[in-house]
Design a protein around this ligand. Sequence first.
Ligand SMILES: [Zn+2]
Length: 292
Amino acid sequence: MASPAVTWRLRGFGSLAEWERERIEHGDRINDEWQQLAELRNGLTAQGVRGHCPVCAAESRFVCPEVDQGAQVSFRESLLCETCCSNARQRAAAAVLFDAIDPQRCTAYLTEQTSHFYLYLGLRLKKLIGSEFIASLQQRLWLTVWLARHGRLALVRREDVTALSLATASVDAVVTLDVLEHVYDYRRALAEFARILRPGGVLVITVPFYVDREQSTLLARVDAAGGIGHLQQPPEYHGDPLSGGVLCFHHFGWDLLGAIRQAGFADVEALRMRDPAQGLPETLWVIRARKA
Ligand SMILES: [Zn+2]
């Protein structure tokens, strides 16, 4: 059965060359955006800004609690929706997803489960399967308690994105936010996403995207025995509210889009998401593809 995914309206870029053409052609507009962002940053209070949240589909306020602590606001990781707690990155991905699919008919897989994003996205979709990459039984129990505290009585699902237990052609959308850079064999994960998607299904990815680079950089290797060899010192760890820090293996450039095409996807594009009215004042890159 084909996926109920529909034609999308948002347009993106398929290569660094396409993006560079746009940057040259619309350089003045892009400079204006930076100027507006600087003005917003200067005037920002903890109360943040108002707008329409594409995650919880409501008018809301996007708050920046770190302003009161004197910290610099990340326009990617902050601007938290007062209703659903989504940050700007999650809203950008949700806007891309809801542009592509009919939520009432969509079964989706999200590579996280113990997050407010999972809980609120689940309210919008016909069915949402979430999972966590769990190291121990103790961690699984702890995460299950978190879910129960938020009204979901279910054992947290354990999945490895390079070897998913989901059936072939079983979902209409896969959403994975800031996960692939932590997966050494990310090509295998992409192949798994292609396998579980129905033809026409949609893949939505965020990663820290190095938009000026053609080639991705490998920061660490895993050998046959599972040992990690660092190619960069010091190693890069990203904050994870669940475990304290997760090793980053990749700085992705535009060749990531080629890897996605090779995994069996078409219409692979990086979308430059910027919409202050949705609490996205700074450009965020979201990668989107369709299962061929
Ligand atoms: Zn919201």
